[in-house]
Design a protein around this ligand. Sequence first.
Ligand code: AMP
Length: 299
Amino acid sequence: MVDLVIVGTVALDNVKTPFGEVKDAMGGSASYASLAASIFTDVGVVAVVGEDYPDEYLVKLKNKNIDTDGIEHTGKSFRWTGSYEFDMNDAKTHATELNNLETFDPVLPESYKDAKYVFLANIDPVLQLKVIEQIREPKLVAIDTMNFWIDSKKEDLLKVLEKVDVLLINDSEARQLFNTPNLVKAARQALKSGPDYIIIKKGEHGSILFTNEGEFIAPGYPLETVCDPTGAGDSFAGGLMGFIASADNVNNETIRKGIINGTMIASYDVEGFSVEKLENLTSDDIKKRMSSLRRMCEY
Ligand code: AMP
């Protein structure tokens, strides 16, 4: 039984940071999000990989009991090449090779269609829409995106926003999508575009949840070692949605707790390259950092 459906990319990444470099590493928004969510709940992934995609990467998903029946195998894999400078809050994209994503037409396995929770991770908004249309009665649908899709498919993205409950977006992309330098104004615009919950991610500085009833501020967890920020946003979102799906209760309190759990998972993700830190992460690791964060916030 799949409780949370995640659609996104399962990719091959070339990433360079001031602390090292990886080539043809496991990446993709759905990979990070589903590994994070699998700590809490039963996940099914909808994605396309190429015939060149290493089996050993898909085994990393299966080892966490992630259902991979929704992953189609055809053509050449989606590839992303990016780098980070000393200020690692912003990724620089050098190449986005869509390959098999250009013709992908997602068809959900029957066992996914009754899922109550859906995370539309960063991927073409047209594909995000095709996935929500196949879910029978979702309780909560969340969406993430990035500048690549805001630049190329803004109209489609705005159509998807009308159908979702939660928007996750980073600060510079919120400014771009809602055409204002002010994040509070961007969030107010976002609330008018469809979702009831807007979560603006601010890299190492944490995130802010905006709703019509009020705000919640989540700090970033201060780290001494940050190797590679790739996937921080996706693992944050996967942790959030996995937590909510396991609580099976959508309210302000679960969403706030989910945000803190997601923050902790993202803090582990960035300590290593690719998905290496997510593979063995446990709920005890998460709880440990949560208590330490709680102590930091008391005054
Ligand atoms: P994040 O650092 O959380 O924004 O996510 C990084 C991951 O997103 C990388 O592993 C990439 O493979 C993937 N990615 C990069 N660009 C795109 C794109 N345009 N659409 C979907 N996924 C992408």
